[in-house]
Ligand binder design. Structure first.
Ligand code: PHE
Length: 362
């Protein structure tokens, strides 16, 4: 890509190589199977009214990703610590909400958008810098709620909760659910849906009643709308019993062969759990240090062999210098790693951390 040398570009090759993989368009892949099951829910409940998009480019303008959905100019999600910039005006979308405005403007009133989204983040079994979301938007015109006796916003909120509860029931059966009030720049009121799973409340999606300003700017006057965005990996890990998010990217037959089109209920059988190997690394940080940058460097060297990067010690000495100790867990999903290989990796990681992050190894 031409813009590779742009000073604003912070997309490493490892991330760039994920563009175009389109896991969500594979009917035999857990992400694709889940997408199709959600499609089915909307098709059967809204007689095919929802138009589906799953092939929109993940490379979008800063305007589409942030401005058009009213993300404030100083919001953290815009920082290059959180978002991948291709150049100063272009990002890898950090959410499928990046397509709301353009699709509303084109005249769509019921749509689902599925795609890969990109976020700089820390490393553990549920976080990966590329994942998949599905966005849903439904617009109502005024004659749809006048008879209900409710104002437009309450009507949309009620309809939203009802349809997402229905979806959660279809996917999870009779689970306990709860709604949490939250904040998104593009919806008001805003909610998160949580389900009770394996003795924990787990957030499954964000949603809310679309801000009027977004509707008005895009030609939807005298309307109200709802929108939701759900993370497909999060749901698929639960539905298919997939213990680690890196597995979605595995091309190992022992993973891929376990899933087939249309089969949502299947539980993944680990083909064997290889032992993890832990290596600690301590260093004095500088003011510009961030954990996301560390994780990117580690991932750049170790790729999918790194399972977790965790801060285990943190102190500041009398001189005001701050030390961090991170524990890196290395584990392959597919084979045993040799001591030699891990020592080599850790050596390379130390070198890269030292040279790229302005820290002093201890
Ligand atoms: N875009 C939000 C996110 O990625 C999810 C969302 C979509 C919330 C639509 C509200 C409405 O977290």
């Amino acid at each position: 890509m031409e813009r590779e040398n742009d000073p604003a570009n912070n997309v490493p090759d490892a991330i760039f190589s994920k563009l175009g993989m389109q896991l969500h368009r594979r009917d035999n892949h857990p992400i694709g199977i889940l997408k199709n099951a959600i499609y089915e829910y909307f098709d059967s409940n809204y007689s095919g009214k929802f138009v589906k998009f799953d092939d929109l480019s993940p490379i979008v303008s800063v305007k589409a990703n942030f401005d058009d959905v009213l993300v404030p100019a100083d919001h953290v999600s815009r920082s290059n610590n959180d978002t991948y910039y291709v150049d100063a005006q272009t990002v890898l979308r950090c959410h499928t909400s990046a397509h709301q405005a353009e699709l509303l403007k084109t005249g769509h009133s019921h749509f689902l958008v599925t795609g890969d989204v990109y976020r700089r983040d820390s490393i553990d079994s549920t976080h990966y810098p590329v994942f998949h979301q599905m966005e849903g938007v439904r617009v109502f015109c005024s004659d749809e709620w006048v008879d209900s006796g409710l104002d437009g916003t309450s009507y949309a909120a009620m309809d939203l909760k009802k349809s997402l509860e229905g979806l959660a029931k279809k996917l999870f059966g009779d689970v306990e659910m709860r709604w949490i009030d939250t904040y998104f720049p593009f919806t008001n009121p805003s909610f998160e849906l949580e389900i009770y799973f394996q003795e924990k409340w787990m957030e499954v999606l964000g949603c809310g009643v679309t801000e009027q300003e977004i509707l008005e700017r895009n030609g939807k006057i005298h309307s109200v709308a709802w929108a939701f965005g759900l993370g497909l990996e999060r749901l698929a890990m639960v539905l298919f019993d997939i213990p680690d998010i890196r597995l979605f990217w595995s091309t190992d037959q022992r993973f891929t062969s376990q899933f087939s089109e249309g089969k949502l209920g299947i539980k993944f059988k680990p083909f064997s759990k290889y032992p993890p190997c832990y290596k600690d690394m301590s260093f004095w940080i500088s003011d510009s240090f961030t954990e996301n940058n560390l994780c990117e460097v580690v991932r750049g060297i170790a790729g999918d062999l790194v399972e977790e990067v965790r801060l285990i010690d943190n102190f500041t000495n009398k001189k005001g210098m701050t030390s961090h100790c991170y524990r890196i867990a290395y584990r392959s999903m597919e084979r045993s790693l040799t001591d030699e290989e891990i020592n080599q990796l850790q050596g390379d990681v130390r070198e890269a951390v030292q040279s790229k992050l302005k820290v002093i190894l201890r």
